[in-house]
Design a binder for this molecule. Sequence first.
Ligand code: ACM
Ligand code: ZN
Length: 544
Amino acid sequence: MKKIALIIFSFISLISFGQEYAPKKNLPIIPLPREIKVADGLFVLTSQTKIVVMADGFQPEIDYLNHYFKTNYDFELATTKILPTDGNYIIFTRPDFEAGWKENYDLTINENHIYFLAEGNAGLFYAMQTLIQILPLEKTAEVKVPCVQIKDSPRYEWRGMHLDCSRHFFTKDEVKKYIDYLAMYKFNVFHWHLVDDQGWRIEIRKYPLLTTVGGKRKETLIGKTINKDGTVSVGDKFDGKEYGGFYTQEDVKEIVAYAQSKYITILPEIEMPGHSIAALAAYPQFSCAGGPFETLTRWGVSDDSYCGGNDETFVFLENILDEVMALFPSKYIHIGGDECEKGRWKTCVKCQKRIADEKLKDVEQLQSYFITRIEKHVNSKGKQIIGWDEILEGGLAPNAALMSWRGIKGGIAAAKQKHYVVMSPGKPCYFDHYQSKDKAKEPLAIGGFNPLDSVYLYNPTPKILTEEEAKFIMGAQANLWTEYIVDFKQVEYMAMPRMAALSEALWTPLDKKNLKDFVVRLKLHAPILDKMGVNYAKHFKSMK
Ligand code: ACM
Ligand code: ZN
């Protein structure tokens, strides 16, 4: 096989030789590849084109491509292991040396061949995404593909998108659609925010009340308005309608497998010690004061949280995490850690006893104790925790990774302490913020302003870090909180095309990024989104 691959490689180099490739970038590919050269010719794919398989293990991607051809052009291609003597063909192969390519790929298209070179399936899958973006959108018997030479690899290992399914619930099919969008833009982490004060959305078999009680709220606060000056006033009316929904463990398994088939790891988030009212509505005994509680019907931060002095609380959370860890293959488990009001801990006898027994200084250190104790349990199962940047306060748990959301300070501090970091600062990574200054014309949002250009220009690695410290920045992600995002159409509107802009900030080498070029490409790319029926925001159409 090695010899054959070498012959093919030389052969392709030869046949590519006749073609003049130039570094033009006017194809609708997002994110922009590391290296791209375009030539004038076309490869004409028909039902007679063969797929030549020169490497084992690529069948899932070959099936994926054939499924795409079947759906869009109504034909599938035959596969062979032998090089045809006539006709054009698509070759799948790997380098015959160990290149250490996890997500890299080369894609060469000339008038006679489409040549995929990848070492790992993820790289090949990304090559497919690139190819699909330059295929014709209309159904045709002659699928004309531009000749192009691409060498591609990502800038960051963590390219994430988050979705809050607690404040509003999105169906299994909607979550899969979101995963499809991530895959199209070569994201590899889906951060699934599954629990919060306003709803617990994952079935935990040991604690059924989490979903039967915590999965519902009796009504939802509405009536927030945008004032003439653009400021936003919180409403004071409730809609009077019960709201609920959750994912069964079977749903979760199906979604995890779906994401895996697209090389996306799902990072589940189970919030603690704060943002826990839905859980405490079901099991109030794990709070400090004992409740009773109702799943919250308004947004914001609650005064109550899990009790850090009660050992039973830890048993409860560890049992929950055991079920979660069994469902999600992710190395990381997100344990929240943000916005925990600690007032109750100051007066709780159990919390105060814990502070005394453990010789802690204050409630900040009790939060640190809480997270470190949970971390020990998660580590004992071979997994790592990641938490919002508040987990720095009172001391970072020994092996924790950090998600920096209140700006980048937390991320910098953690990287300096040699902890891994995912950047997700409110500016520009909160996609629940407005994307236009003309707020009155936009769907109601939480506030803020994160336009497309600021997302595009984002550089996740702070300049202040040394080269060594910068290695701890795994990448970045955008967060989509859904207090004011009531349905999936609005999810699409808030996420797209800012997700496309972020993909380039995470994938494309810094020195290849160019905002003007991106806007040109996005305009060429928009028909793909139209064909998919995505409800994307159109502000870029007037950008120069
Ligand atoms: C957060 O936005 N509370 C992480
Ligand atoms: Zn307590």
